[in-house]
Design a protein around this ligand. Structure first.
Ligand code: NAD
Length: 402
C-alpha cells in the first residue's frame, strides 16, 4: 500500500535512529468489542480499534471509520497517514484513528446511536482527557459526532459536529474544499492548463466526493463521471453538480439512477479516458489488476490510501502523476483544528475564513512539496513524506525525545 517506506526517505534525509524507531511503532493501540441489543432484540458484536501512531506534535487526531472492512492493521495505516498529514500541515496534532467493524449500510438509526454511545463508554477517559479527538471519516458523519458530544458535553472532545452545537461553519465541506483547491492550484499553477479544458472523473459521492465535485464545478471544471457504492454515471458534457445534490441530498440516496446520464460501473469510472481522476471512496481501488488500464494524466487522492504499492509502481512507469492523500484531503483536519481551537477559546469563525485557511495551507504545502520533488527528482508522495518526517524530527528534538 502506498505509504512511503522510511528507507527511501533515509537516502535524502538524515533520520536519527531513535526517530526512525519512534515513527515505526504505534504509541498506543486499544482494541475492544462493542456489544449491544438492537430494537429487534438481536445481539450484535463489533470489533473496534483506536490507534495513536505518533503524538510528538500533540493529541492524537483522526476520524472514526465505520465499515465492514475495518481491521486493526488498516486502522494503524490510517493513523500513520494522520501523523504525516498533521505534520505536513504544521498542525499541533499527532496521528490517530479509530475504526468500528460493521456494515454502515445495514444498520438502522437506533443501532447506530447505540454503537456510538457504547464506543464512548469504552474509551471515555481517553476522550475526556483530550488524548484522542475523533471526527467523521468513511461511514460516519456530523450526526454521529453529535451523539459523541451528547455523551461527553465537552465541545473540544470531538470535531466535525453540526454547526448548531459547536461545529464549525465550513467543516462539512472542508475535505472536499482541500481536494478541489489542490486540483485547481495544480492544474493552473503547475500544469499551466485551464480547469475548464480538462475532463474529470470522481469516485465516491459521500462527504468528500460531493464537496470536491461541488467546488470544481463552481470553478468551471467539467466533471464527466461520478459514482457511489451502487454504481456510476457518465455524461460527456459534464454534470451540473447542484442538480445532482438535489437528486441525492445525502449518501442514503444513490446517484446511480440519475436520468441525464449513461450508467457505468465503478471499474469503468477508474479506467475512463479523462485528464484527472479523483478517487474519494475507499482504499485500494487502484491495484495491479487495473493500474495498467488507467488513462488519466493525474490522480488526486481524495480518499485515504486508494492506490496499492504495486499499482503505484505501474502508474509511475506510465507517467501518471499522483498527488498524495495526506496533502490533498487535509482540509478536514485543518477545519477540525479551527473547531477545536474555537471550542477552547470561545471564538467563532466564518465559513469563508475557514476556506481561506485551507486554501492558504494547501498552496504553501503543495509548492513546498513540488520544490522538494524537483530538487531530489522524486515523486510527490515521497516529497510530502520527506517534509512531514523532517518536521516531526524537529519537533522530537524540541521535546528532547532525541
Ligand atoms: P462517506 O461515507 O461520506 O462517503 C463514501 C462514499 O464512497 C459514498 O458515496 C459511498 O457510496 C462510496 N463507496 C463506499 N464504498 C464504495 C465502494 N466499494 N466502491 C465505490 N464507492 C464506494 O465517506 P467520506 O467521509 O466521503 O470518506 C471518503 C474517503 O475520504 C475515505 O477514504 C476517508 O478516509 C477519506 N477522508 C475523509 C475525510 C472526512 O472529513 N470525511 C477526511 C479525510 C479523508
Amino acid at each position: 500500500m502506498a505509504i512511503v517506506k522510511i528507507e527511501k526517505i533515509k537516502k535524502i534525509l538524515d533520520i536519527p535512529f531513535a526517530a526512525e524507531k519512534l515513527l515505526e511503532k504505534n504509541e498506543k493501540e486499544i482494541s475492544f468489542s462493542i456489544s449491544l441489543k438492537t430494537k429487534d432484540n438481536e445481539i450484535i458484536f463489533c470489533d473496534a480499534y483506536v490507534v495513536y501512531h505518533n503524538v510528538v506534535l500533540g493529541p492524537a487526531k483522526g476520524g472514526i471509520r465505520v465499515s465492514e472492512n475495518v481491521s486493526l492493521e488498516g486502522t494503524r495505516r490510517l493513523a500513520q497517514i494522520m501523523t504525516y498529514k498533521n505534520a505536513l500541515m504544521e498542525l499541533p496534532f499527532g496521528g490517530g484513528k479509530s475504526g468500528i467493524k460493521i456494515d454502515t449500510y445495514k444498520i438502522d438509526e437506533f443501532t447506530r446511536i447505540s454503537i456510538f454511545k457504547e464506543y464512548v463508554h469504552m474509551i471515555r477517559e481517553e476522550l475526556l482527557a483530550g488524548n484522542y479527538i475523533p471526527a467523521p471519516d468513511l461511514g460516519t458523519d456530523q450526526f454521529d459526532m453529535a451523539v459523541i458530544y451528547g455523551e461527553l458535553h465537552k465541545p473540544e472532545c470531538v470535531t466535525g459536529k453540526p454547526v448548531k452545537i459547536g461545529g464549525l461553519p465550513g467543516r462539512l465541506e472542508a475535505t472536499g474544499r482541500s481536494v478541489s483547491i489542490t486540483t485547481k492550484i495544480f492544474v493552473e499553477e503547475i500544469m499551466k492548463e485551464k480547469l475548464q479544458n480538462l475532463k474529470i472523473a470522481i469516485q465516491g459521492f459521500g462527504n468528500v466526493g460531493r464537496w470536491t465535485s461541488y467546488f470544481l464545478n463552481k470553478w468551471g471544471a467539467k466533471i464527466v463521471a461520478v459514482s457511489d457504492i451502487y454504481g456510476g454515471i457518465y455524461n460527456e458534457r459534464g454534470f451540473d453538480i447542484e442538480k445532482l445534490f438535489k437528486y441525492a441530498p445525502d449518501k442514503n440516496k444513490t446517484i446511480a439512477d440519475y436520468p441525464e446520464s449513461e450508467k457505468i460501473t465503478n471499474s469503468q469510472l477508474l479506467e475512463m479516458d479523462v485528464d484527472i481522476l479523483i478517487p474519494c471512496a475507499i482504499e485500494n481501488v487502484i491495484t495491479k489488476e487495473n493500474a495498467e488500464n488507467l488513462k488519466c494524466k493525474v490522480i488526486i487522492e481524495g480518499a485515504n490510501d486508494p492506490i496499492s504499492e504495486d499499482a503505484e509502481e505501474i502508474l509511475d512507469k506510465k507517467g501518471i502523476i499522483i498527488l498524495p492523500d495526506f496533502l490533498c484531503n487535509s482540509g478536514g483536519v485543518i477545519a477540525s483544528y479551527i473547531e477545536w481551537r474555537n471550542a477552547k477559546s470561545g471564538n467563532q469563525t466564518e465559513k469563508e475564513e475557514v476556506f481561506n485557511e485551507i486554501d492558504k495551507k494547501i498552496f504553501k504545502s503543495l509548492f513546498k512539496t513540488h520544490k522538494i520533488k524537483e530538487e531530489f527528482k522524486i515523486s510527490y508522495r515521497e516529497a510530502a513524506t520527506y517534509l512531514a518526517i523532517n518536521f516531526l524530527i524537529e519537533a522530537m528534538h524540541e521535546r528532547r525525545w532525541l
